[in-house]
Design a protein around this ligand. Structure first.
Ligand SMILES: Cc1cc2nc3c(=O)[nH]c(=O)nc-3n(C[C@H](O)[C@H](O)[C@H](O)COP(=O)(O)O)c2cc1C
Length: 177
């Protein structure tokens, strides 16, 4: 006969037998999860801002919501709050797009001068390298440990043909066609 462990005693077992998960172990495990790569851009304050992000995911169809998370250590949250929105640019795999992915992940680099971009209908920057651009109004934000989770309401979409860039175990590659 199957024995069902009561939730209370399962909790006790967890506390006595589980060792805390390190940031390195979690990063390594998450590296096994294949993702696409985005550059999230915003009007910012005075000049556009953007960063490479792979924590992007869909949330809801009605209303149309997506999310991504921002490292609090970057101290960039107010740029998104003051702009009231952002664009999630799903990046293509051409070599110039991969170069942008690297540039937008590097600190202290001039990010937009080498990029082909324009202001989208919502007033947020849209990158020409994107195979899909989802312009969003900032809908909500939630605490997420050392990150803040931004939820955006999608207000405009543009797409183009092209292969996506993929990220796996710390490496960028073209998604096989
Ligand atoms: C593939 C990839 C995915 C990333 N995903 C995220 C993410 O989801 N959230 C985040 O805050 N930073 C992420 N980063 C790191 C940021 O891109 C990087 O720290 C940021 O550009 C630093 O910007 P700053 O110099 O303006 O603070 C990612 C980097 C790479 C290479």
């Amino acid at each position: 006969m199957e024995t069902i462990t009561p939730i209370d005693s399962r909790d006790e077992q967890d506390e006595t037998h589980m060792t805390p998960v390190s940031a390195t172990a979690l990063r390594d495990a998450m590296g096994h999860f294949l993702t696409g790569v985005t550059i999230v851009t915003t009007r910012g304050v005075g000049e556009p801002y953007g960063l490479t992000v792979n924590s992007f995911n869909s949330v809801s169809l009605d209303p149309p919501l997506i999310l991504w998370s921002l490292d609090l250590g970057h101290d960039r949250g107010d740029l998104f709050r003051q702009a009231g929105g952002f664009t999630v640019n799903v990046m293509g795999s051409d070599s110039d797009c991969e170069e942008l992915i690297r540039i937008f992940a590097r600190t202290d680099t001039e990010r937009f001068s080498g990029a082909d971009w324009h202001w989208g209908p919502s007033g947020q920057p849209v990158l020409a390298c994107a195979i899909a651009s989802l312009e969003c109004r900032l809908w909500a934000e939630y605490p997420g440990g050392d990150h803040v989770i931004f939820v955006g309401e999608v207000v405009n979409i543009s797409t183009r043909d092209g292969q996506p860039s993929a990220y796996f175990k710390g490496q960028l590659s073209a998604f096989p066609s």
